[in-house]
Structure formats: C-alpha cells, structure tokens
Design a binder for this molecule. Structure first.
Ligand code: N01
Length: 539
C-alpha cells in the first residue's frame, strides 16, 4: 500500500542545510520532514570516507552557530577530520532529536508541481512506496552529489579494485602493501595521496593539473599552551564576524593592493599568510590578488619557490610546481595539505603528468599511458571530482506545472534568482548551489544565511495567507548579469575549473559562483526582502 506524507515542507538531504531547515522550521510549527538517500546524517561528511578526508575550513567556523548546538561539543583539531565531523552530527542529533523526522534510505527521484493545489507531488525510491505531498521543497543536496569518472577505455576490464573517492565504503579498503593508482589531484586526491602513501607498496599519481596546495598548519585544540578556547561571548562575536568577510571565515583579503607594495613587503606578507596556514594565502591575501595578474603571479612565484624547495627530484618538482603558473593562483581551489609534497620524496611514490603522457586505457592489470606503457595495480582510485553545483540538483527530476524540467530550463545556461530559486518553478528553493557564494565560501556560513532568508520568507507567506511564490524571469536575468559581471572582472574565468563547469566534458562553461563575497550577497538578499520580495511573485 502506498503511504502518503502530507507536509508543509519537504527537505531533500540531511547535511548542514537540511538539518538547519528541519530544526528551525519545526520550531516554527511547520510540518517538515527530510528525505535522506543514505542511512545517516551529515550529508557530504557521512558519505565521503576516503582516506584522509578532512575539512578545509578551520575551527570554529565549520559548525552551526546556534549556542544550543556548539556548546558541549569538543572539537579536537583546527581542521577536523571526517570521523570527528560524523561525531559532531551525532551530537547535533542528540541535542535536537532530528532523526525522528528523517526518512532514511529514501532518495527523492522526482517531483512534479501541481498548479491546482500549489503542491509538489514527490516520488522516492523507498521500497515502502512513500508518496510525499509538500507545499514547499528545499533541495539541500549539496554541490557534490554527482560524481565524475572519466570514461577511459577498459575500466570494466580491470581485475583489481576500482573506485571513486566519493563511494569509499564504510568498511574501508585495505591499501596496505598494495600497488595503488590515484587519478586526479584535487582536494580529494591530495588528501587521499598524503594519507595512503606511507602505507602502500607503491603509489602512482596521475596528474593533469597541479594543485597549488597550501600549508594547512594543522594543530591540536586539546593543547591550549599557546591559545585559549573561546568563551561563549567570544564564540558569538566570532560567528557574527563571519557575516562581514568575503568567504564567511573570520579573516578577509587585506585592504591593500599588492600592486602598491614593494617586492620585500609582498614577500613578508606572503610569508605571514603561509605561517598562518589554511586559506590565508588564498582569501586573506592582497585585495587585488584576483584582479591584478601581476600580483597574482607574484603570489604564484612565492608559492612555487616554497613548494619546489620541498621536492627533491627535479622532474617531480616541475610536474608538481612548474615554473610557469598553470592558471592564475587560486582560480582553481587550492587544497590544504599536511605533508603532500614530502610524499613525492618517498621512493615508492611516482607521478605521471597525463598532459604529456595521456592515459590510453585501463587494462585487466593496470593503466596504460603513452610514455610509460602499462603499469600494474591492485587498486585504482578515481579522485576525479564532480559535476559540481548543478549536477546534484539535476539528479532529481523536477518538473513544473508545464511539465518542463530544470534540465530543459537550463539547457542554454543556468538561470536562478540569487542562486536560490528558479523562475517558473514555484515553491522550490535550493541552498549551496549555482550562482551563490557556494564554492568561495565557508559552507555553514553560506547555508545559514540562505536558509534563514528562505525561512523568513515562508513565515511571511504563512502570515499573509499566500501559497505560491515564484521568481520572475526578469529577476533571474538581472541576477545572471550581476553574477557574470563580477566574475568577468576577475582572473577566475581563465581557469578550467569546476567553478565554471569546465571540468566536465560537454558541460556548458559558465559562471557558477557569485564572487561578490558574503556581505554583498547578504545585502542583495536584504534589499529584496525589504522591498517586499521584489523579483518574486506571490499569490
Ligand atoms: O575534485 P576536483 P575533488 N584525467 O574536481 C582530475 C570539495 N572538497 O573531489 O584539474 C586525469 O577538484 C582533475 O584534473 P584537472 C572542494 O571544494 C573539499 O578533488 O581538471 N585527471 C583534478 O585534478 C573541492 O574543490 C574537501 O586538470 C583528471 C581532479 O581530477 C571539490 O570538493 C575535500 C581527469 C578532480 O579534482 C572537488 O574536489 C574534498 C582525466 N580525464 C573535496 N578528469 C575539503 O574540504 C579529471 N581529472 C578538504
């Protein structure tokens, strides 16, 4: 028998966004539930279990800012690992009792809007055949729910273990003493490589583009010799400060142009950024680092000199940290690394530049490249990323009242209002998606800002007895112009990054991120709500 759930709000996904919506809307007496495809909470942090998985936003910014949540959880590292994040989400559940309103192992497969009831009819893959009717849908599917695996010839023929980092099993894969290949050197690749290198018999890394990775400067939060845990008042101040910085962390670009600094001044400041670690060298650098090619290249040359000094072999040096920048520094996300470059000084670690020696095929025994020929492996790891930002949304077949899908709508390019909603798709919102600060922001900060704005809107609609809201096409066109206009003034368009869909063959290359920073984004949202939600039609 088909079970029907009648909801005010259906939330899709139980990561940071989904849980935030659930607990806040529940307190406001909305009838709300989450459908979650997996069997646990934490979204990306429940799913991503590859070796060394760790967050790149530092303590205390990567958590919910509510004091009834952060109080009572003892983080142990400046940059927490996946297991600690998993424990954190269990702590959140213990505090807020969220799981009772989550339908686990239930992936939303499709949703159709019905204009006569102003409701969504939602289908899932749950074997109990649950049909959900909801007035609103919050798509909280994250930016990385559609993995990308290049279609190399012969992958199915490989007799060993082959897997993508995003599907690393809970039971773990034993790589000890094995011959392992890692394809891809983005954040997932860098973390996997530095973690498994000391354990494997032999590691071969297939790199297409060097990751301009930065020193993480990890530290323990348990040793408080040189610092003190913030007091509750300081915590609040810290969280408030994240709303006034570009990326939702507690530091900003410095209000100085690198173009106006001497070589010595620049070097001293770059050195300081390296010492601080994390993303200081990226988004705490000179304010013109992404607009002035000469300053950007000076940053690259500093990075290059530092990095090359850590690699012994001259050939590996040039592959990992070439003298000429592969793209403007920071226009592809730099990873945070712990001993990534030292790994290549181990005699059991090789790196192949697949731009010079492309992968021809995967064979029964290993991988064949043009120059090296066939190398045999026991395990091949694809760390090749995601159809980011749009893929996760398009994974769900969402159709409006005219039977048009979001895929149809975006065929000639992504269109959204504020990166939150889509014209002609009423009563559906998404967070941490395209045309928002997403990839250039600290996830929880961006998510709380977006979700709280949407929640305020739902409360207003309820007060005003409105049942339908939809963005206008005019507002969408204007937002796209704003997003593109900001992006085009920077060096970001020059990189083949997932920030603009360039990592997926055949995907449209376009601006997928709002690069104006968190404060500017907040002011756009505030202007809209204070102007009676201009750019939306409510009925
Ligand atoms: O994916 P990526 P990711 N042959 O797309 C290479 C977040 N994240 O999973 O650069 C050979 O960055 C590709 O090469 P190229 C974070 O926002 C966060 O690592 O396209 N190689 C690249 O090296 C991150 O940015 C954390 O030339 C091929 C790699 O595969 C985002 O997720 C941890 C290839 C893909 O890198 C995505 O990171 C993990 C081919 N045919 C992820 N195709 C933390 O917070 C692709 N590649 C720490």
């Amino acid at each position: 028998m088909v079970k029907v759930e009648q909801l005010d709000v259906l939330v899709v996904g139980a990561g940071f966004s989904g849980l935030h919506f659930l607990q806040k809307l529940r307190k406001l007496n909305f009838n709300v539930k989450i459908c979650e495809a997996t069997s646990g909470i934490g979204g990306t942090w429940y799913i991503h279990r590859y070796p060394g998985a760790r967050v790149d936003s530092d303590f205390p910014f990567y958590q919910f800012t509510q004091d009834d949540i952060w109080k009572g959880f003892q983080w142990t590292e400046r940059f927490p690992g996946q297991q600690e994040l998993e424990q954190y989400f269990e702590h959140v559940d213990r505090k807020l009792n969220l799981k009772k309103d989550i339908m686990f192992n239930t992936r939303v497969t499709s949703a159709q809007f019905c204009s006569s009831t102003n409701q969504w009819l939602v289908k899932t893959n749950n074997s109990e055949e649950i049909t959900v009717r909801a007035k609103f849908i919050m798509l909280c599917v994250g930016f990385a729910d559609r993995k990308y695996t290049p279609k190399f010839k012969g992958v199915d023929e490989f007799k060993g273990i082959v897997l993508h980092t995003s599907v690393w099993p809970k039971s773990d894969i034993d790589v000890v003493g094995k011959r392992v290949a890692v394809i891809g050197t983005g954040a997932s690749g860098v973390q996997t490589i530095q973690e498994i290198a000391p354990k494997v018999d032999h590691l071969t890394v297939y790199q297409r583009t060097p990751n301009l990775a930065l020193p993480m400067q990890q530290s323990s939060l348990l040793d408080q010799t040189n610092w003190k845990f913030p007091t509750p008042d300081q915590f609040q101040e810290i969280f408030d400060s994240t709303r006034s910085t570009f990326s939702g962390l507690d530091f900003n670009f410095i209000p100085l142009n690198g173009s106006g600094a001497t070589h010595e001044q620049r070097e001293a400041y770059f050195e300081e950024c390296f010492r601080r670690g994390g993303f200081y060298f990226w988004i705490g650098n000179y304010q013109d680092i992404f607009t002035n090619a000469e300053v950007n290249d000076a940053a690259y040359q500093f990075w290059c000199k530092k990095t090359r000094s850590r690699i012994n072999d001259p050939v590996k040096k040039e592959i990992l940290a070439p003298t000429i920048a592969p793209h403007p520094f920071g226009t592809k996300r730099p990873s945070l690394e712990q001993r990534y470059y030292e790994v290549y000084n181990q005699s059991n670690v090789d790196i192949i530049n697949v731009r010079k020696s492309p992968i021809i095929e995967v064979t029964e025994k290993g991988i064949k490249t043009e120059v090296e020929g066939e190398i045999e492996f026991d395990v091949i790891i694809f760390a090749t990323g995601y159809d980011a930002q749009t893929g996760a949304i398009l994974n769900v077949e969402i159709k409006n009242e005219f039977n048009e899908s979001i895929e149809d709508k975006w065929r000639n390019g992504v269109l959204t209002n504020f990166g939150l909603s889509i014209a002609s798709f009423p009563n559906i919102f998404f967070t941490y998606g395209p045309q928002a600060p997403t990839a250039l922001s600290n996830g929880p900060a961006c998510i709380e800002i977006q979700a709280d704005w949407i929640i305020e809107l739902l409360v207003k609609m309820r007060q005003d007895h409105k049942t339908k809201i939809v963005a206008t096409e005019e507002a969408e066109a204007k937002w796209k112009e704003i997003v593109n206009g900001i992006w085009e003034k920077t060096l970001f368009p020059l990189a083949d990054s997932w920030y603009q869909g360039a990592n997926i063959p055949g995907k449209r290359r376009e601006t997928l991120n709002f690069a104006g920073g968190i404060p500017m984004y907040i002011s756009f949202l505030k202007d809209c709500s204070s102007d009676n939600y201009k750019g939306f039609e409510m009925s």
